[in-house]
Write a protein that binds this ligand. Sequence first.
Ligand code: NAD
Ligand code: 89V
Length: 350
Amino acid sequence: MSNGSDKNLLNGALIGCGFFARNQMQAWHDLEGARIVAVCDRASANVAAFQQDFGIDQGFTDAEALFEACALDFVDIAAPTPAHAELVEAAARHGVDVICQKPFAGSLEAARRLIELCSTQGVSLTIHENFRWQSAIREVVGLVADGVVGKPFFGRVSYRSGFDVFANQPYLAELPRFIIQDLGIHVLDIARALFGDVGRLSCETARINPDIKGEDTATMLLRHTAGTTCVVDCSYASILADDPFPQSLLEIEGPGGTIRLQQDFLLELHQPDGTRECRTVAPDWPAWSRQPWAVIQESVVSFQRDWLACRRAGHPAATHGADNFNTLSLVEAAYRAAETGQTVVPERWP
Ligand code: NAD
Ligand code: 89V
């Protein structure tokens, strides 16, 4: 927990006091070196609830008033995509470092403009892309980076569930673009963390649930520039007795072996001699976490811890704005590929 007398303590504000922001508030509370001094939401009831639940003195319903009143080191934006432009612009104008939730900005054009604005204003911009920070995913990313199976020729990043995400996040049912934009963005980012950037991509989608507007299954085929072919598949229409929500399962094949991250954090390493090493890489759950969300909640703490370390060291966090542009561009490419039936070359940050 933060210590109010520490001179190196960063003062932050959280904007958007909704469903997911509670995890971000809990994580800040767990971490040394930063504290949330103010919260802001358009809805005064949400401001009051966060002030009470997290003991925050200052509450605002207008972001401009927040920036005028508080001397902030950073802002953590947990408001939805349509609010990003206005809020990031205000933070940049006031010289405040920005963390912003995914999916960032709403379009590649808007993302580019905001990344450039933050750079011009000399503030850092980091997208709150937390799935690659899940400890089991990080373990596998580390094994691949260490060359444990050699240069991967095949990968699969798979997220399949029938969990009722609409109960906590009813707005998801209204999105004309649903699973790739909301969830696929995370699994595409895991594919980038494992295998690097993508040269071309194809995609098939379907809407299985008749009560929602967007697609709820997507199967994407990625050719990474370093040579790996990767299948990224996601579904919220899968009927599974042992539903793994919200775990991402991995498979990586290289000339030196195969890595599998199976359900419930079982990590397998298959060796060329036909043997297999197995171990469990279950996370250390935060005390406040609750199943089935704990795997995501743990990654929020890890993401924010890393952001703080990078901020102190003065270098960009892994999912800085320009990096995340290359994940966002895979989302755009996937929708274009699904619409046209063509293989698409994603845009890349220069
Ligand atoms: P939510 O609707 O529950 O909360 C959003 C809050 O933002 C609301 O209280 C709303 O009043 C407020 N808001 C909207 N515009 C605002 C503005 N201009 N100024 C101040 N407040 C404003 O939504 P949520 O489920 O908490 O999702 C929020 C964001 O978090 C979305 O972008 C979503 O994709 C993301 N999310 C991320 C993860 C993850 O694992 N990274 C998981 C769930 C949601
Ligand atoms: O992570 C997310 O963005 C969430 C969920 C896991 C429900 O898809 O919206």
